[in-house]
Design a protein around this ligand. Structure first.
Ligand code: PMP
Ligand code: GLN
Length: 394
């Protein structure tokens, strides 16, 4: 609240942003710091990615130039993205006309939504839905249609989805694997979404930042590998999670040339360009051998199983994730009711921080019993978190 001239107080933020307040990630990490809690809330690793990636960035900074990159990103990283799309998914991508480098996936999502949504358009979000999409859609005056995935396994509710699509539907967001619930969409589910997008001439925005974290032998299915979506899909991804450098904010959008042109139009006025030395280092990172990706997944699979087992042994009902690096638990199984109250009390009482999940549904009552713990942490951090929860609960 700011004091306006003449002594009246007035809200500075525009109406559309006010309901969203400060993000839950900021709130919970602040609480973790206040109480020196083990921070299993905001999803960032407490370790950095490989030194060889850092060395490339340091070398590029010292060598220079350290001036603006081309708005769409330096050629090396766009080529690395194209190579990766072919290598992992068999999708041919033109690095010059179909890849746009952004400041993290967050800007990629923002640039995409701003490029395609008009006031009055409808956009479909699948709940529990990550927090970036609704504020941007609201800012442009688009209407959000929410469709909740079906518990316990967060299946796509086909009938509800059919009902949500209509003549005003401009786009649907598919976060795959999905934060916070860890859902990894199957090819059949994507094909079903594709059929609706074709019928209603809608776009699909894939948020695939956890593409390299799908467990138990599942394969990540990128939207761009669905033939019907090749000209309708914007795939947004990031190097933040895959290379454990969330602070670098190197993300990108891959889409057909006409769609990429639209993204580039908004991107040039949001950040214009990202940081070229970091882009150069991430181009190197993306070209690391397959063994990097295998070890990355194996390490996270182990942490996932470990945290799921430990939380179950504490009495929580656990939803083991199919992908990403979060585990949901049901707090009613240990006698609590409200996730927000639980997470606001946990850092002080137990010395551990987590994320309340009801905020990822429009109707808070739907996820009020769900709390998210992240496992993108060193083994000793997870160990200490589990130890503290056990001490508090017993
Ligand atoms: N989408 C999802 C689903 C996320 O969990 C996150 C946070 N890592 C982002 C987008 C943002 O990615 P970035 O840090 O690259 O902006
Ligand atoms: N994606 C991270 C999470 O889900 C948060 C990133 C952020 O704070 N914007 O925890």
């Amino acid at each position: 609240m700011e004091r306006a001239r003449g002594g009246r107080t007035r809200e500075v933020a525009v109406q559309a942003l006010r309901p969203f307040g400060t993000t839950i990630f900021t709130e919970m990490t602040s609480l973790a710091m206040k109480w020196s809690a083990v921070n299993l809330s905001q999803g960032y690793p407490d370790f950095d990615g490989p030194d060889e990636i850092k060395a490339k960035a340091a070398e590029a900074i010292l060598r220079g130039p350290n001036q603006y990159a081309p708005s769409i990103g330096i050629p090396a990283i766009r080529q690395a993205v194209a190579r990766k799309m072919k290598h992992f998914y068999g999708v041919d991508v033109d690095p010059d006309n179909e890849v746009t480098v952004t400041s993290g996936a967050t800007e990629g999502l923002c640039a995409t939504l701003l490029a395609i949504l008009e006031p009055g358009d409808e956009i479909i979000l699948l709940e529990p839905s990550y927090d970036t999409y609704p504020p941007i859609a609201s800012l442009v005056g688009a209407q959000i249609r929410y469709v909740a995935l079906e518990r316990p396994d967060f299946a796509l509710p086909q009938r509800e989805l059919v009902k949500a699509f209509g003549p005003r539907t401009k786009a649907i967001v598919v976060n795959n694997p999905q934060n916070p619930c860890g859902k990894a969409f199957t090819r059949d589910e994507l094909a079903f979404i594709a059929s609706l997008c074709e019928k209603y001439d809608a776009y699909v925005i894939g948020d695939e930042v956890y593409e390299h974290l799908v467990y138990e032998g599942r394969e990540h299915a990128t939207l761009l590998s669905v033939p019907e979506l090749r000209d309708r899909a914007f795939v947004v991804s990031s190097t933040a999670k895959t290379f454990s450098m969330t602070g670098w904010k190197i993300g990108y959008v891959v889409a057909a040339p006409e769609l990429s042109r639209a993204v580039r139009m908004s991107h040039q006025f949001i950040t214009f360009c990202g940081q070229p030395p970091l882009q150069e280092a991430m181009a190197f990172a993306m070209n690391l051998p397959d063994s990097y990706y295998r070890e990355f997944l194996a390490d996270y699979s182990r942490k996932r199983d470990w945290l799921c087992d430990a939380l179950a042994s504490l009495g929580f009902r656990v939803y083991p994730p199919e992908g990403a690096y979060y585990v949901l638990v049901d707090i009613t199984s240990i006698g609590f009711e409200d996730d927000l109250e639980f997470c606001r009390m946990l850092p002080e009482r137990a010395g551990v921080a987590a994320i309340p999940c009801s905020l990822f549904w429009k109707d808070r009552w739907q996820g009020r019993e769900l709390v998210r713990f992240c496992f993108c942490k060193k083994d000793e951090t997870l160990d200490e978190g589990i130890r503290r929860l056990r001490r508090w609960l017993t």
